[in-house]
Design a protein around this ligand. Sequence first.
Ligand SMILES: Nc1ncnc2c1ncn2[C@@H]1O[C@H](COP(=O)(O)OP(=O)(O)O[C@H]2O[C@H](CO)[C@@H](O)[C@H](O)[C@H]2O)[C@@H](O)[C@H]1O
Length: 251
Amino acid sequence: MWTSRVGRVARLNACLAKVTRRRCTCSASAEEAYDLHRLSGPRLTDTVGQLKDLRIQEFKGSRYVVPSTVAFNLNGNGRTWDMIQSMGSVAIVLYHTELDAAIVVRQFRPPVWASQIGEDGRKPEVEAGFTYELCAGLIDKEGLSPKEIAREEILEEVGYDVELESITGITSYVHACAHLGTEEQIFYAEVDESMRASSGGGLSDDGEAIEVFALPMGQALSFVLESEVPKSAALIIGLQWLLNAKRAGGK
Ligand SMILES: Nc1ncnc2c1ncn2[C@@H]1O[C@H](COP(=O)(O)OP(=O)(O)O[C@H]2O[C@H](CO)[C@@H](O)[C@H](O)[C@H]2O)[C@@H](O)[C@H]1O
């Protein structure tokens, strides 16, 4: 149930009291403050209860990221630049036509948690690693176009079976251009409960525990602009686009 702005500010202030190094742990309270309607997936509290032994260990190689150094010569000066080679990705802005809401997901992101470990080694609360995002996925499946991967991610993460032809491209952006430089393509699709094929939640074999929410369009702008709500860049870009498209009457 939507509550007053005064109540929301009080809750966010309470979150601020829990600030770890530089970010607050208000993933959970944003749920109430912005009237997020939980559609499916494991609850944050249950996932938190199952997350144990969090720590950083030595890098031993990966199929997802390769730390590298790029050498180049600029204007006669030999230079190098350190980077992480990785894959491109897709993210999908989902509009639920019956609920007049955007679909957002929330999951535990280990790098978000780890980046908040203090200089003194103090670990943040587990809740500090939960981040709101668009439904998204890596372009890591052979033979599938980015749009086909987007369709699969919608099915896996949020549980809607969307026709490929109804998914449209919006734009793309460069991910962390000083460290990654990969492209994330952003798509748009509309969903309703007649398209529901499963509860979503991600692939449990991959250890995914993804919570799915409907964010009422009336709350979308304040949600995007609240810096205390941990969220991905694609979510900010995508929801701003959706709000603009709705305002212009184009979608
Ligand atoms: N670095 C890593 N280390 C270990 N295992 C990993 C890993 N990256 C992926 N995986 C494994 O691969 C699975 C599938 O990942 P996805 O393709 O769903 O991408 P994800 O949603 O994590 O990131 C998508 O969403 C985010 C947020 O928008 C984008 O940043 C990202 O580019 C996009 O793919 C994960 O559940 C995990 O098991």
